[in-house]
Each structure stands twice: as structure tokens, then as C-alpha cells.
Design a protein around this ligand. Structure first.
Ligand code: APR
Length: 253
């Protein structure tokens, strides 16, 4: 499929959105960079400054857990200060207008929900909660952040003393199977897939918009740089998603 790009692409994307009654959005970190949340693989992104701690290392090594919580403590202020941007609000409006069924997101910042999106599938969990790896109790992240700022280096579960971790999916952890199942069902039954602000390099998440393309669903990719899905897309728009998406959706609803 020869993707349309540029001005012609924007018009084509608008037309696809206008005709859609059951669109689905798949989002990555690029949707939140305009809100001040760094992405992972852009120059200066998170993975250039911080080594992710795989779950096996987290459980096995106290030093790895200290490093993990040190990063969480340091990055909390920027994370808590982030507010939704026009990309989040556009998706929320498209859902309110009955045109968008759901947002499937890799992001852990909760900004889609804060912008008013009601059906949000969090493939990689959320940084707004912590979970005990022993008793599985969950609580808002604010409490643990306070303990970290008071000098606690290794927060443990107040109920059972077990290891606490952000309620996110770390490398080596499985994605929540029910969320993954629902995401694939949506991707293969929607009438338009918007793949927004993701490098589409991480599996199994990246297979979700691909499943839409395989099912014959038109895909619109909006991203700063090329992605592996571009060659399967009906439209590829390279640019700032917080500008392109509102422009694409203007006067659609
Ligand atoms: N507008 C458009 N694209 C943007 C913008 C923006 N404002 N800001 C960044 N981008 C693009 C980058 O060029 C990059 O291609 O968004 C993409 C973000 O890619 P990644 O940093 O790889 O983030 P993501 O695709 O969400 O990563 C998926 O990898 O490490 C894991 O769990 C982590 O959920 C994450 C997953």
C-alpha cells in the first residue's frame, strides 16, 4: 500500500476520520512529550539517561530496587506536573462525539484519562499507582513518593512488608492478558486505526496496530519519525502529534 503523506495525506486522513464511526487510537510516548513527559528512544529520551530494571533483576537485587526507586523519586515531579495536551483532548472529544471507541496506550502517565477519555486500555500499566508484589494490594503513588522524599530508600508494603513496585509492566513482565485480548479485538474490529507517537518497536504492543492493518483496517500513522508500520499505512503524517491530530480532527466532529 502506498501511503499518502504531507498535505494530500492530511486531507486523506481527515476523510478517513470523517467516514469513521468506530475508530481506535493506539498511542505511545510521543503523545505525551508536549506535556513534558520525556519519551524513551528520542535523543535525550529516558533510555539514554536511565537503564530500565527488568523484573527479574528488581526481585533479585536490592541494589537494583534502590536504583529503581531513586529514579522514581527523581522523575516524580515532572511526571506529576504533566497535564494533557491538545492530542489527548482531541482523542477525548472524538470519543465523546461517538467516533472513537477507545484509546489503547503504552503510556503510563494517565493523561488520556485526565483529558476525559473514558475507555483507555493501559497495556503497560500506570505510574499513578504502586502494587505490592506479594499481597497485590494497590495504592496511589503519592503515598510512596512522600516516603521516598522523607528518605526511605526501599519502600515496602505497609500491609505485608512485601516489595512495592510501580503498577507498570517492567521488561520481563507479561502484559495484562485481558487488556491485550481486548486491544487485539478492538484493533481487528474497528474501522480506522490511529497509530500516534510511537516508534512501534516494542512487542507485543506494536503488533496491535499491525493486526489492524492485517485485518484490512486503514491505518493512519502520526509520528515525528518513520516507523516499521509506515509501509502498511494508508496515510503517514510526520510531524508533532499535538499539532497534526487536532488539525486532522478539526471540523470532523
Ligand atoms: N509528535 C510526534 N511524534 C513524537 C513526538 C511528538 N510531539 N515526540 C516524540 N515523538 C516520537 C518519537 O520520534 C518516537 O518515534 O514518538 C516516538 C516515541 O517512541 P518511543 O520513545 O520508543 O516510545 P514508545 O513507542 O511509546 O515506546 C514503547 O517502550 O520502553 C518501552 O514501556 C516503554 O511504553 C514504552 C514502549
Amino acid at each position: 500500500m502506498c501511503a499518502e503523506t504531507g498535505g494530500q495525506g492530511l486531507e486523506r486522513a481527515r476523510d478517513l476520520l470523517r467516514r469513521s464511526q468506530a475508530a481506535v487510537a493506539f498511542t505511545g510516548a510521543g503523545v505525551s512529550t508536549a506535556s513534558g513527559v520525556p519519551d524513551f528512544r528520542s535523543p535525550g529520551g529516558l533510555w539514554s539517561r536511565y537503564q530500565p530494571v527488568p523484573i527479574q533483576e528488581f526481585v533479585r537485587s536490592e541494589e537494583a530496587r534502590r536504583r529503581y526507586w531513586e529514579y522514581k523519586r527523581e522523575s516524580y515531579a515532572a511526571f506529576a506536573a504533566a497535564r494533557p495536551n491538545p492530542a489527548h483532548y482531541t482523542l477525548s472529544r472524538l470519543e465523546a462525539d461517538g467516533r472513537l471507541l477507545a484509546v489503547i496506550t503504552q503510556n503510563i502517565d494517565g493523561l488520556h484519562q485526565e483529558a476525559g477519555s473514558g475507555r483507555v486500555l493501559e497495556l503497560h500499566g500506570t505510574n499513578r499507582r504502586v502494587v505490592c508484589l506479594e499481597c497485590h494490594r494497590r495504592e496511589p503513588a503519592e503515598g510512596v513518593q512522600r516516603r521516598l522524599e522523607e528518605g526511605c530508600l526501599l519502600p515496602e508494603c505497609p500491609h505485608c512488608g512485601g516489595m512495592l513496585k510501580a503498577d507498570t509492566v517492567s521488561f520481563g513482565q507479561a502484559l495484562p492478558p485481558d487488556v491485550l485480548r481486548e486491544a487485539f479485538a478492538l484493533a481487528t474490529s474497528c474501522d480506522l486505526m490511529l497509530a500516534l507517537g510511537s516508534s512501534l518497536l516494542v512487542q507485543p504492543a506494536a503488533s496491535i496496530p499491525l493486526a489492524a492493518a492485517d485485518a484490512g483496517v486503514p491505518v493512519v500513522v502520526v509520528n515525528r519519525e518513520p516507523t516499521p508500520l509506515d509501509r502498511r499505512a494508508a496515510v503517514v503524517l510526520h510531524g508533532e502529534v499535538e499539532e497534526v491530530l487536532p488539525e486532522m480532527a478539526a471540523d470532523v466532529a
